[in-house]
Ligand binder design. Structure first.
Ligand code: SF4
Length: 321
């Protein structure tokens, strides 16, 4: 095992993404933030557009906890999966410093076993393995696991861990998954794990592909406009909670103009919205905003698409008629 760990370490020194900013800080909050942002978003997007502006705006966990949720959601806008931002904010209201213990980390909102291990390994340099999608795929291929349980995966992960240099080892495993052991085209001839890999003759077999059926959901969205102002409401349900958005209705008003259709795919379903514009003679809703004001609000991706559709329509909202 020592030889293998040396090979992994050498590979990481030569090919690893060692300059990523969250790999070069001792600040647990920054590492926690990067872990949360990277859960559903690519490194490039997080790095280029979100990580630094977020830290600039909320430089400490304490500052994040003292901020309004709306402000946090605005800084998160475009990253999607807003529950991550809400949980991050909630955690920041509960603690001003992260606990170092994995069991205590798991008590915080939005931190499951995987994230707790990643924070422990990267922020507190503890000799524990991590378990993200890339690492899971590698383990399945190394040990020819088609449908492993979580328990099995963790056992293999602990068994393979380099306890003497867990930080570099874990970063290397993520990078091997991201750069070499790719889902469709694993480059086994360049892989530092090739010597021990049991699945290298048929790597695409591991893990077995999960069949996912995408549910379809359709909604009618009405944009209520009064002169140059548009009605938005703040969502209070579980879905997109806290974000501002357009009103969904069962039956649009009969004089509403049809603008077109927008679609957005979420993790568990695909949403298609048929969008209508309704000009009001007297304001009947509560909150109306100009386009400039809307640009200051946190709105979801699908509402952004609706706004683009409105701007491109023949009835742009800056023209009163
Ligand atoms: S040898 Fe191939 S299948 Fe095995 S871990 Fe490396 S890249 Fe993946």
């Amino acid at each position: 095992m020592k030889n293998l760990h040396r090979t992994i370490h050498r590979w990481y020194q030569s090919y690893g993404r060692r300059t990523l900013p969250w790999r070069n800080t001792d600040e647990p909050y920054y590492i926690y933030l990067s872990e949360v942002m990277l859960q559903q978003t690519q490194v490039k997007t997080v790095l280029e557009r979100y990580y630094f502006p977020f830290i600039e705006r909320f430089p400490t966990l304490k500052a994040l906890g003292e901020a309004e949720l709306g402000e946090v959601l605005k800084a998160w806008e475009g990253l999607g999966y807003y529950t991550r931002a809400k949980n991050l904010h909630k955690s920041a209201t509960l603690v001003s410093e992260l606990p170092t213990d994995i069991d205590a980390l798991i008590q915080l909102p939005g931190i499951g076993k995987n994230t707790a291990h990643a924070i422990a390994a990267f922020a507190f340099r503890q000799p524990v393995p991590i378990m993200e999608a890339n690492v899971k795929r590698i383990l399945c291929r190394l040990y020819r696991l088609e449908n492993p349980t979580q328990k099995e995966l963790w056992e293999y992960a602990y068994g393979l861990l380099d306890q003497d240099n867990a930080f570099d080892y874990n970063q290397a495993m993520m990078d091997i998954g991201a750069l070499v052991c790719l889902p469709k085209n694993p480059a086994c001839d360049r892989c530092p794990l090739e010597r021990i890999c049991e699945g290298k003759d048929d790597p695409l077999r591991y893990p077995a592909k999960q069949k996912r059926s995408v549910r379809l959901r359709e909604e009618h969205i009405v944009i209520y406009r009064y002169h140059d102002r548009i009605f938005l409401h703040q969502r209070s349900g579980k879905f997109l909670h806290g974000l501002w958005g357009f009103e969904s209705t069962k039956v649009p008003p009969c004089t509403a103009a049809y603008l077109g259709e927008v679609s957005h795919t979420y993790t568990h379903f695909k949403l298609t919205c048929k969008v209508y514009l309704y000009d009001e003679e007297t304001p009947k809703q509560k909150h109306y905003f100009t386009l400039d004001e809307i640009s200051e609000l946190a709105i979801s991706k699908v509402d952004e698409k609706i706004l683009v559709l409105l701007k491109r329509s023949k009835r742009p909202c800056w023209v009163s008629f």
